[in-house]
Design a protein around this ligand. Structure first.
Ligand SMILES: C[S@@+](CC[C@H](N)C(=O)[O-])C[C@H]1O[C@@H](n2cnc3c(N)ncnc32)[C@H](O)[C@@H]1O
Length: 332
């Protein structure tokens, strides 16, 4: 893989051969529970990565443009609270994707002569290759050490090999793809793996006009619909299943009270799907829950920091006030 520093051998990409059995277990367990569901972490095969890159560019999906504005136009506001000259540090990005926004921060850190390595983590080996290639082309002097894997497995491996101060990035509102309970557990687990003085920069999509939120996930181009259906196609291909994609329709809801925006695929008829020999029955109009994308208030974000062992030391919003990158310091 081009653009990867020699240290990459310390943190080898995990073998994809582990995927099918846990993938199969997760799929069967989700489809046999009373409210059928699929885990959104499996959206990102190569086709899913490409579809998500198109979603990020589409007019209705405001999130990427808002966070890009913060990273491009307010880079110093974001970076100064990170104390980049205090000591050498590892900049670890969880669920890095193609890293387009992060590039602005990396460029700033290079120009400020900060002593750092960039460690992107993603479950998709394909998107890490795209990211590494992009950085090789645009910022060849940045020391990039990618790790493929689930957030905590990868972070654990990184912690075992580095004693440096850690600055974690968790961008793109990935945090919104968790239930309230999972989100709180996730932040507490992150905090338990960090040392006092380490920092976490998280992207939060803020509560706003409900129509704007709904349109972002029910876009005119039908990209979110395709993105959801792609997971059924992936299950067909990788787990020997027989989903008929034409028998499912995408349906999106947004509850402005709780801030939960939910994606479903609705079975259009009574049908049976076979997955690795297991028969799953769907009733007509039965919902298959695909993903939640939660929206936050400023108070929600500060409360989450407090209950997870962090203090919020800074926040940067885009000009419309639709998106926030919060900087949290791990408490003593
Ligand atoms: C919504 S995209 C956002 C990408 C990037 N953070 C951004 O803001 O553009 C989510 C990314 O997280 C990765 N991802 C999802 N679940 C993951 C998990 N459990 N562990 C590691 N990566 C994960 C996906 O492969 C995908 O690249």
């Amino acid at each position: 893989m081009p653009g990867i520093a020699p240290q990459a051998v310390l943190l080898p990409l995990t073998a994809d051969t582990d995927l099918p059995s846990s993938f199969l277990d997760d799929v069967i367990s989700g489809l046999t529970s009373p409210q059928k569901s699929l885990s959104s972490k499996y959206f990102y095969d190569e086709t899913g990565d490409r579809l998500f890159q198109r979603i990020m560019e589409c007019e209705d999906y405001y999130l990427t443009r808002c966070e890009m504005e913060i990273f491009r136009d307010f880079t110093a506001d974001l970076a100064v609270p990170l104390n980049i000259h205090q000591s050498a540090f590892d900049l670890i990005e969880l669920g890095a994707g193609d890293g387009t926004k992060t590039r602005h921060l990396l460029d700033y850190l290079e120009r400020q002569r900060a002593d750092f390595r960039y460690l992107p983590v993603d479950i998709s080996g394909h998107i890490l290759e795209v990211l590494a290639q992009n950085l090789e082309n645009t910022l060849p002097s940045v020391n990039v050490v990618p790790t493929q894997g689930d957030y905590f497995d990868a972070l654990q491996r990184i912690c075992e090999t580095s004693e440096r101060r850690k600055i974690l990035l968790f961008l793109g509102s990935n945090i919104g793809n968790m239930t309230v309970e999972d989100c709180s557990t996730f932040c507490q687990q992150l905090s338990s793996m960090m040392n006092p003085g380490d920092m976490l920069v998280t992207g939060f999509d803020l509560k706003k006009d409900p129509k704007t939120v709904l349109r972002a996930y029910d876009d005119h181009e039908g990209l979110t619909r395709e993105f959801n259906l792609n997971l059924l196609r992936r299950i067909n291909e990788e787990l020997n299943a027989d989903f008929d994609l034409s028998c499912f329709e995408h349906y999106q809801t947004y509850d402005p009270g709780s801030g939960a925006c939910r994606s479903y695929l609705i079975s259009q008829c009574e049908q049976a799907v076979t997955i690795a020999g297991e028969r799953i029955l769907f009733r007509r109009h039965e919902p298959l829950f695909m993903e939640v994308s939660r929206k936050f208030s400023h108070a929600d974000i500060e409360a989450l920091a407090g209950e997870s062992g962090f203090s919020q030391i800074s926040e940067v919003c885009d000009r419309k006030g639709w998106f926030m990158n919060a900087v949290w310091l791990k408490n003593l």
